[in-house]
Design a binder for this molecule. Sequence first.
Ligand code: 5GP
Ligand code: MN
Ligand code: MN
Length: 326
Amino acid sequence: SYPPFDEQILDLLRSRDEFIVLGHISPDGDCLSSQMAAGSLLLKMGKTVHMANAGPFDRSEISHLRADFLAHIDEELYNRNPIVVVVDCSSPERLGHLAKEIEGLTTIVLDHHSSGEQFGNHRYIVPRSVSTTLIIMQLYKALEVEISQEIAEHLFFGFATDSGFFRFINAYRGETLRLAAELVDLGVSPNTMADRMTGGKSLGYVKYLGKLIDRSESLFDGKLMYSSSCLKDRDTYITTDKPSDSLYAMLLSVKNVEVVLFFKELEGGSTEVGFRSSHQSSVDVGALAERFGGGGHKKAAGATVNEEIDIVRKKLIDAVGELLHG
Ligand code: 5GP
Ligand code: MN
Ligand code: MN
């Protein structure tokens, strides 16, 4: 089960009055739900709370999660010496420009990534937790703060997005389902959560997804599947959504596949790469992404590489070939 919290973390949360709750750039459902739930926890404890995130807020799964997120920490706030609580973020670079703006402030990191760089003054890192929201749920229990239905929805939503709606639960298995059940008992509708997670997409998104599936290629006896998106796609398919979960689910459903890669050409000659590996595969894509300057989990990871898409694709195909055959 979840390890106990360091008393120092609980003491800081209890004794200090002002907090900034921070999450990673290009936030996903787990990140923003964790921010909302952690912010509500501190508010219920009578604290002054500021939410900050460098954005962009471009995924439709987070459209119901709107707060006044500061894009900058101004001098006045900084000088009051608030405690920073960073959630769902494995390295300072993932905070974007806010990393520099919080330098020198006492920082608590609450996270579940298995790769990354240790940072912050106090850390509670549980890679076995499927989502950061379930870590925040532990914090509610440790601090004995009541979980309302609205907070339960945030806690469940982060669990839903990061577990691929119950598909990827590799550790704390029974416990994870019991925590989810507890949240349902607090009034969460799994049905509504599923709609929020997968619905609200544009038609352009669905056509884009179809194109990416159509473009997918198979290598190494089908063990690697990959697809690519070029800059021109932006004019053809109007969407701000990443094809993430549904594209990966489709390609991972192909027989014998172990690794799925998605390459996205970015402006200025860099490339975003998404990584997934199948449940049966021994390939650790978090470690692989780390070699390319990114990170994540064993089965799901990402990286942005400062090279042209053709070069990045070739390097990664070679690297996966070595992992599969070596
Ligand atoms: P997604 O494909 O859903 O954007 O990301 C999958 C996982 O990889 C997430 O857990 C996310 O934290 C991690 N990830 C995605 N992009 C990056 C990146 O550029 N750097 C790092 N360190 N992790 C990433
Ligand atoms: Mn995240
Ligand atoms: Mn997460």
